[in-house]
Design a protein around this ligand. Sequence first.
Ligand code: NAD
Length: 248
Amino acid sequence: MSKTVRPLEGKTALITGGSRGIGRVIAQALAFEGADIAVVSSGSGPEAADVCREIAAECGVRTAHYRCDVSDFARTREMVDAVRSDFGGIQILVNCAGITRDGLILRMKEEDFDRVIDVNLKGAFNMIRHCSGIFLRQREGCIINISSVVALRGNPGQANYAASKAGLIGLTKAVARELAGRNIRCNAIAPGFIESSMTEGLSRDKITAAAALGRIGRPEDVAQAAVYLAEASYVTGTVLTVDGGLAM
Ligand code: NAD
């Protein structure tokens, strides 16, 4: 009996923010398709190591965890080098690490604006910057940036977050144009409200009413889109909204 080859077998996916929430489920979904998984997170807790153990046991792929603050240019370079040397290459980069520091514009602190831009936007730049050399040499690469519907429609109290996520869309399109000739694709996903620690304190009723499909999203809904983009060889420079019809 012949063994079924999974679509992402032989590829390595690096997922920032892969220790929990949406990133964790994206890591699981890509592993299910056969990809080896490098999980990057900023936390010192055991959750990332647990995710790696779980994925390796469930999917029979290689996994490893790297602790790194994505906003640090020098550290991200060292981390990307370590992943490449441990796995022999990187074919898929998912920029999912993200934070919120909400506040009304009248009172928003400068450091809260700067930190959100540093992690959400510059973090993605750092990762793309360091992975692009590897992608160019391989003549293969796929970048998936996790943006947000608030980049498209705004949200009161989230000027910093919306700006960072809108910046990610510009970054996505510029990189897609720049690297398309080398078989490197770059796309973004714009999730609506998704069940995770980031949306824990928000009103369920308001979220449910805002989405045409009448429910909050699940991390699995976003992971499904990530798998699609990882495998969609003729799709680049696009922003895929996964929002239950919130922003249409
Ligand atoms: P989460 O808070 O559950 O997870 C965030 C992850 O990012 C964690 O793994 C954390 O370790 C990592 N992280 C945070 N700062 C980091 C740093 N400086 N360096 C490295 N890693 C860092 O969040 P989530 O809800 O799963 O969100 C994941 C992504 O999806 C974020 O980019 C978020 O902006 C985006 N998003 C979330 C929603 C939602 O409703 N939850 C909606 C749209 C977009």
